[in-house]
Design a protein. Structure first.
Lengths: 372, 257
């Protein structure tokens, strides 16, 4: 017996009889469910009997069919007859008229103007949190530097490896490609004036003053900022942050300091690496334009001075603190839910990039007034 | 399909993680329609055994027959067919956080039945009413308590009326009343629908209320140290560890019973 069947008939006493038979399971009943429902709805004033004498087997889906018939709003009763005791026991578990009783979880829709206000308030509050956190992190960092023994150095070295050493391949790749492409694209027009040797000046100054630090910072935001946010966010979801707090350990001191210190040690080194590799990429292109390594190096040496180098390198320290800090902050702000950690990582990268732009702008203005 | 015939057979199962053996050479059967409970202290491999029985992890050696099909070697459509015959409730609930409770319970129905949307909705509501959550069908998992999430997870495991239900610590974290209601529900499904239950738990009250048969694991032997009716084990077992477990005695000699 593999199917289910429905037979509708009129009893002599005026009642409508729906005879169910066969195997009432999810695979067999969709069609007879619809027919039975239509029959019951079409006879609102007549008493209905659901005769289950022919039912061989009936699982939850079959019971649902009967419950659905019982709960229809009507003027005459619906009753179930001849249902085997085992299935009747299952049917008794449900109250057909109490299945739609929802507590309202839907948030009310708000007017647009209120949404704008709320969003603005949220952005301002977030800005305030960032400033507060910056203060907190700086205080913790200063405290850690005054008492180096309180720093968890083992953690610092682990983070150093992940932030620094593990990032070498990607930083090298991007910087090399950048130098290669930039020099190639500028060498073609410069060649028309016979000035392709000055591409070395361009690459040297560009990498050292600006692009080395910027490239590294963007990669740091994408790799480590997101990683910090996800890591700390997962700890938040697992209540590890709560555990730290109730132990009397400040999460900022415990988690953030180690990461900021590691980033602060590694980012300048990565930046140096990016500057060098970028220039190497430029030098490779220039080889194909007939300019040997020695000439390239001499040209860079004459164009770039120590101030140029420092003006670019100093930025990497600030980038490091900002990106590691914002990554940790976004992690600590993680809320509940499956998508929360992903949201935090996204926010860490976006905020990191915004910060990079702002900081770079501030440095540009500063250098302009300082005539550097 | 006779009640009492073996529905799951575990043969020479050796399992563990990363080359570390946790369970060694296990053999047992679960019979159709019985409530089968896996017992043992923390870290003895109860959850590990469950995860290997449902094919979540690869076994080191041995076989797990579910209704005559070996889940260890099955692949593709055969494996999907085996997976459809049972429902699983994970220790943490494992509800999908972006879906409401109703959508969570409805998901397997959408995937594997051709019921209409209203029919699935009603069925999902009924499953949730069984676990006392009919008022919360529109809530997201993180808007309800941990115990409620667990109950919703049981409702989801029952969505397709599976013949076998695997429950990993169903009553942990539930209040006594809800826990008793859950026990009654398990008993009812087993008695009336012939559903087979494989349950990992160490709630003694719950074990006496529902279990037809238990096996007890011990990490010292990496296997089964006792098997049978829980009351008989309590009253008749001579193994000191089994006695301790059932009489809730501490490990210290001379501790009050």
């Amino acid at each position: 017996m593999s199917g289910a069947a429905l037979a509708v008939s009129d009893a002599p006493d005026g009642r409508l009889v729906l005879a169910l038979s066969g195997r009432l399971v999810a695979d067999t009943i969709p069609a007879i469910w619809r027919d039975a429902l239509a029959a019951v709805r079409g006879a609102v004033r007549r008493p209905v009997v659901v005769d289950a004498a022919g039912v061989d087997y009936c699982d939850g889906a079959g019971i649902a069919l009967i419950v659905d018939l019982l709960r229809q709003p009507r003027e005459a009763p619906v009753e179930v007859a001849n249902l085997a005791p085992a299935y009747a026991a299952l049917l008794r578990q449900y109250d057909p008229h109490n299945l739609e009783h929802d507590l309202d979880p839907e948030p009310p829709r708000r007017p647009a103007i209120e949404e704008i206000g709320r969003t603005t308030a949220t952005v301002l509050r977030d800005l305030r949190t960032q400033v507060e956190f910056l203060g907190q992190a700086t205080a913790a960092l200063a405290d850690a530097i005054r008492h180096p023994s309180t720093i968890r150095w083992r953690d610092v070295w682990v983070v150093c490896e992940r932030v620094g050493a593990d990032a070498l391949p990607i930083v090298g790749l991007i910087a090399f490609l950048f130098g290669l492409i930039l020099s190639f694209q500028s060498a073609i027009p410069m060649k028309q004036y016979g000035a392709e040797v000055f591409v070395a000046d361009l690459i040297g100054l560009g990498m050292v003053r600006e692009m080395g630090a910027l490239l590294t910072a963007i990669l740091l935001a994408g790799r480590s900022g997101a990683a910090f946010a996800a890591e700390i966010g997962t700890m938040r979801v697992n209540q590890e942050i709560d555990a730290l707090t109730t132990m009397g350990l400040d999460p900022v001191r415990f988690l953030v300091t180690t990461r900021v210190i590691a980033a602060l040690m590694m980012t300048p080194l990565l930046t140096l690496f990016a500057m060098l590799i970028g220039m190497l990429g430029g030098a490779f292109t220039m080889l194909s334009f007939g300019i040997p390594f020695v000439t390239f190096a001499k040209e860079v040496d004459s164009a770039v001075n120590f101030t140029d180098f420092m003006s670019g390198w100093v930025k990497s320290f600030v980038f490091a603190v900002a990106i590691a800090g914002i990554g940790c902050l976004r992690g600590l702000q993680t809320s509940a839910g499956a998508s929360a950690v992903g949201d935090s990582a996204t926010r860490a990268v976006v905020s990191g990039l915004v910060l990079i732009v702002i900081i770079d702008g501030v440095f540009a203005v500063l250098y302009f007034y300082l005539n550097i | 399909m006779e009640p009492g015939e073996p529905i799951i057979r575990v043969e020479n199962l050796t399992a563990g993680y990363d080359g570390r053996t946790i369970l060694e050479n296990l053999n047992f059967e679960v019979r159709r329609g019985e409530v089968f409970v896996i017992l043992g202290g923390s870290g003895c491999g109860k959850s590990t055994l469950l995860k290997h029985m449902i094919g979540l992890y690869e076994v080191m050696s041995g076989r797990v027959w579910i209704q005559g099909h070996d889940i260890v070697t099955a692949e593709g459509p055969e494996r999907d067919a085996i997976l459809r015959t049972f429902g699983v409730m994970y220790q943490s609930g494992a509800l999908f956080g972006s879906m409401t409770l109703l959508e969570n319970v409805r998901l397997p129905m959408e995937a594997f039945t051709n019921l209409d949307m209203e029919q699935m909705d009603l069925l999902a509501r009924m499953k949730l009413s069984l676990v006392g959550l009919v008022q919360f069908t529109g809530h997201l998992p993180n808007e309800i308590s941990g115990g409620m999430q667990k109950r919703a997870a049981i409702a989801r495991a029952m969505a397709l009326d599976p013949q076998i239900l695997f429950l990993d610590e169903p009553s942990a974290g539930l209040d006594p009343i809800t826990s008793a209601e859950l026990d009654a529900l398990i008993r009812r499904l087993a008695d009336n629908l012939g559903v087979t239950f494989v349950i990992v738990t160490h709630e003694l009250a719950s074990i006496y209320a529902i279990a037809d048969r238990v096996i007890m694991l011990d990490k010292r032997v990496k296997g089964i140290i006792a098997e049978g009716d829980p009351r008989r084990l309590r009253d008749e077992s001579t193994d000191p560890y089994v006695r301790q477990f059932f009489h809730r005695e501490a490990e210290l000699a001379g501790a009050p019973a």
